[in-house]
Write a protein that binds this ligand. Structure first.
Ligand code: FAD
Ligand code: DHB
Length: 394
């Protein structure tokens, strides 16, 4: 058994855990970050791609925005499409100049890992069997196994940043928190294709056959999604079928055409909404997907994770600097206002854009009426735009 000691133990090297480790480092607070997978795996895991203005500002402020500023694609608008017509929501014009940046989550992760490695941060990959104890004492403990050796870290605080199947969350007695959950009767099949994007902004498309999304990663790589059945397996979606559906669902009346190219990756993501309250127990603080999940329509998941750890990092810094525990006590309530706003926005976008199995024809008429309203009313478009680029004070 190896015994270690640190100030903050962080479980999970996703956007939440890595960003928190970096914020703490900048405040002179020592942490150990424990990750289950290897470095290559976390750096290649393809997930979200849209950074809100506030996330961009945070990554820049903590000194890891250099490559994002060079390679990220700044978008000043986004498109809603239905009945063969595409309508641009002018994000920047409607929000006083705010924008989103398309930059892959794995690129954010790579930049954060490189920064940690650069200054010799304690980043431990391949850690199994994480187990937490003594959470309500002043010296909580995280135990895990690495390379067959049992290790124990004693610390002041634990940050549970270990994603939606969080082992840290399981360490909290069920009576100490409440959860809210909604599952959606569809999934997203996503592909990454080696072909230039077919237009330079994101398109969210409503179609009788189901939702489709056109996005991108670089000027040479397109990211596309189609709504599929939640029980669908990848084998049911050979490349040709994916392109056929995308072409039909993204087609416009003016003859625009979708660029096709080699499929580099393909995966299916289930859709659900989930929130736990409170997001803390004793000296354990949960952040990101460990505490809340949104369906991806609206692109809020990674942004919420970053927003949580900004609050947590500042609260921990204050505690170490002054002994003031009030910001830590308020952590959960400070985050949950933003979380629930994003939960609503993601549910709203999801409900407006997807076909629900078994829905009556009335439902489609309501969706189309809502889409038309968002695309024609400045008030409704502004509401969508300010949520999409991210609200500062929620
Ligand atoms: P994660 O990124 O999940 O990171 C958690 C980390 O903890 C991982 O590295 C994991 O390996 C590690 N871990 C887990 N358990 C343990 C353990 N017991 N011990 C140690 N380490 C552990 N959002 C969008 O906006 N658009 C998308 O298209 C989109 N696609 C997604 C596709 C998938 C398959 C998933 C799962 C999520 C997707 N999301 C998307 C959501 C977005 O990626 C997440 O909200 C974001 O990753 C949250 O960051 P996080 O750091 O909280 O959690
Ligand atoms: C992407 C993912 C999303 O969930 C979304 O709403 C927009 C874009 C993407 O992967 O690029």
């Amino acid at each position: 058994m190896t015994r270690l000691q640190t100030q903050v133990t962080i479980v999970g090297a996703g956007p939440a855990g890595l960003t928190l480790a970096h914020i703490l480092h900048r405040h002179g607070i020592e942490s150990i970050l424990i990750e289950r997978r290897d470095r290559e795996y976390v750096e290649r895991r393809l997930r979200a791609g849209v950074l809100e203005q506030g996330s961009v500002d945070l990554l820049r402020a903590i000194g890891v925005g250099e490559r994002m500023d060079r390679e990220g694609l700044v978008h000043h608008g986004v498109h809603l499409q239905f009945e063969g017509e595409r309508h641009r929501i002018a994000l920047s014009d409607l929000t006083g100049g705010r924008a989103i940046t398309v930059y892959g989550q794995h690129e954010v992760v790579k930049d954060l890992v490189a920064a940690q490695v650069g200054y010799g941060g304690a980043l431990m990959f391949d850690c199994d069997g994480v187990h937490l104890r003594d959470l309500t004492t002043e010296h909580p403990v995280v135990r895990f196994n690495r390379g067959g050796v049992e290790q124990e870290v004693q610390c002041d605080f634990i940050a549970g940043c270990d994603g939606s199947h969080s082992a840290c969350r399981s360490a909290i007695p069920a009576a100490q928190f409440t959860t809210w959950e909604r599952k959606y009767p569809f999934s997203w099949l996503g592909i990454l294709a080696a072909v230039p994007p077919s237009l330079d902004e994101i398109v969210y498309a409503w179609h009788e056959r189901g939702f489709a999304l056109h996005s991108m990663r670089t000027p040479q790589v397109t990211r596309l999604y189609v709504q599929c059945h939640p029980d669908d397996k990848l084998e049911a979606w050979p490349d040709q079928r994916v392109w056929e559906e995308l072409k039909v669902r993204l087609a416009t009346a003016d003859g625009w055409s979708l660029n096709e190219g080699p499929v580099l990756e393909k995966s299916i993501t289930a859709m659900r909404s989930f929130v736990m309250e409170p997001m803390q127990h004793g000296r354990l603080y949960l952040a990101g997907d460990a505490a809340h999940v949104v369906p991806p329509t609206g692109a809020k998941g990674m942004n919420l994770a970053l927003a949580d750890v900004r609050v947590l990092g500042d609260a921990l810094a204050r505690w170490y600097r002054t002994g003031d525990s009030a910001p830590l006590e308020r952590y959960s309530s400070s985050c949950l206002r933003r979380v629930w706003r994003a939960e609503h926005f993601s549910w709203w976008m999801t409900s407006m854009l997807h076909r629900f199995p078994g829905e009556d024809p009335f439902q489609a008429k309501l969706q189309l009426a809502q889409l038309r309203y968002v695309c024609t009313s400045v008030a409704a478009a502004t509401s969508m735009a300010e949520n999409y680029v991210g609200l500062d004070d929620v």
